[in-house]
Design a binder for this molecule. Structure first.
Ligand code: ZN
Length: 466
């Protein structure tokens, strides 16, 4: 029996993570991610898979982000009926993520079809539907870190904490097909060291080859202490000027991290002066998954949180639209965390519309903003923006905070590899070409390992590497 690995997505780019592992007659996908980044790129999601979904025996999913698991509903719809193996904590997060993506896709298709009907054009269907997403839920099976489980004959898998978001895993794959015995480590997405809430990324040893992400392979993040200090200064300043603070944030990961920091620095930052609103049903659901997995927190987070929750008495979880509308009447003292993270939709739009024109309001941008998004226009300092068809003057103070990335930087990635032991050959994925080249140079220089950057469709025979 032979064994091979073929690269289909996130080879030479960041999104659409998807690799095919063949062991004898069995086929297993590592991730099945959505391609993201503008209309042209996203249209590729509708293309046929470069393999027959019905012939895939199982999927191993590293973590609950769309660029890693967002095409699972499509895979299911097109014939896949195997098991999706992921970490226990990812089970709940994947459900939230795919349900939200499906309802967004359905709403987009509805809007597009109203336009098309008026123009006499044929209707389009959503990329996938809520029932496609629900069908994936029935295939997902959770596992704990450190537990080894068989995926197909000749392949057993162990998850190790990747420290990226709750439940994120580095996937160690032990292949024993008789002729070929190899241990392959797939990094998934790796977090920063000393990140809030989560453990540092683990570096399991004994690998014959390593498949590694390279998102920030070409840069070093700003010091976390500087970011923390800046957040505190903004809150003090905002309390003096007396307006509201709006933080657009992604529902999974960033929102929980912000709440945690508000709890941790409550005294220093004078957090009790604020009424804090987590104004996103999706972020509330994701937070509940975090809070129910406090055993996965690092020591500091276990000490600070109460039953997994940040110690914030002034935190309001606003689930219903009616509760959310009440916030609109507040002119001061509200700290509002709402999605979407790039201000491309969701409740944050209402809050921006109500506050951007007020000179005493503050907007805090905590994540990367795609070109063309409303969030990017705010970062770029546009004097007025359009929200729901209205022009809104930007008088509020817009702050852009770096350093809260869920991804490790080049130094983190090199540290993670160094701690694996030995110098197993590396295949770099999940990065733009420049980031991949920079990381390849760094790894070769610092560790003396062999580094390759595969192209989409490249296939390696696992029997011939080592
Ligand atoms: Zn990720």
């Amino acid at each position: 029996m032979t064994a091979s690995l073929q690269f289909y997505g996130a080879a030479g780019e960041v999104t659409g993570s998807c690799h095919l592992l063949t062991v004898g007659s069995h086929r297993v996908l590592l991730d099945c991610g959505l391609i993201q980044g503008g209309r042209r790129a996203e249209a590729r999601n509708r293309d046929p898979f470069p393999f027959d979904p019905a012939e895939i025996d199982a999927v191993v999913l590293s973590h609950a982000h769309l660029d890693h698991g967002g095409r699972l509903p499509l895979l299911r719809q097109r014939g896949f009926s195997g098991t999706v193996h992921t970490h226990n904590a990812s089970v709940g997060l994947v459900h939230i993520l795919l349900a939200d993506a499906a309802s967004l896709a359905e709403r987009d298709a509805e809007r597009e079809n109203r336009k098309r009907a008026r123009a006499g054009k044929p209707a389009v269907s959503p990329l996938f539907t809520s029932s496609d997403a629900a069908a994936v839920d029935r295939l997902v099976r959770g596992h704990a870190y450190g537990e080894s489980f068989d995926v197909v004959p000749g392949l057993s898998v162990t998850f190790h904490d990747a420290g990226h978001i709750l439940g994120s895993a580095c996937v160690q794959l032990r292949i024993d097909s008789g002729e070929v015995r190899r241990t392959l480590l797939f990094s998934g997405d790796l977090g920063q060291y000393d990140t809030p809430i989560l453990h540092d990324p683990q570096s399991p040893g004994g690998n014959d080859l390593v498949l590694m992400e390279s998102t920030y392979g070409g840069r070093v993040h700003r010091e976390r202490e500087d970011t923390i200090a800046e957040l505190g200064e903004i809150l003090h300043k905002a309390a003096e000027t007396g307006g509201n603070v709006i933080v657009p944030a992604f529902a999974i990961g960033r929102s929980q991290e912000l709440l945690y920091l508000l709890g941790k620095y409550a005294q220093e930052w004078g957090v009790d002066r604020w009424r804090i609103f987590l104004d996103s049903p999706m972020a509330i659901e994701a937070s509940e998954v975090y809070w129910s997995h406090a055993h996965l927190y690092d020591d500091e987070a276990r000490r600070i949180t109460k039953a997994g929750m940040p110690p914030l008495e002034n935190l309001f979880l606003t689930r219903s639209p009616a509760e959310s509308r009440v916030i609109n009447r507040l002119e001061r003292g509200a700290l509002i965390i709402a999605g979407s993270g790039m201000c491309t939709g969701g409740r944050v739009l209402h809050h921006l519309k109500n506050n951007l024109w007020r000179p005493n309001a503050h907007v805090v941008i905590v994540g990367w903003q795609a070109p063309g998004s409303l969030g990017r226009r705010l970062v770029d300092g546009d004097e007025s923006v359009r929200i729901h068809g209205d022009t809104v003057r930007v008088k509020a103070q817009v702050h852009t905070i770096g350093g809260l990335s869920a991804h490790g930087d080049a130094a983190d990635l090199s540290r993670w590899y160094g701690a694996l032991g030995g110098t197993p050959p590396v295949w770099l994925v999940h990065g733009e070409p420049e980031a991949g080249e920079a990381l390849a140079d760094r790894l070769a220089r610092e560790h003396g390992c062999r580094v390759s950057t595969p192209r989409p469709g490249d296939r390696i025979d696992l029997g011939s590497v080592a």
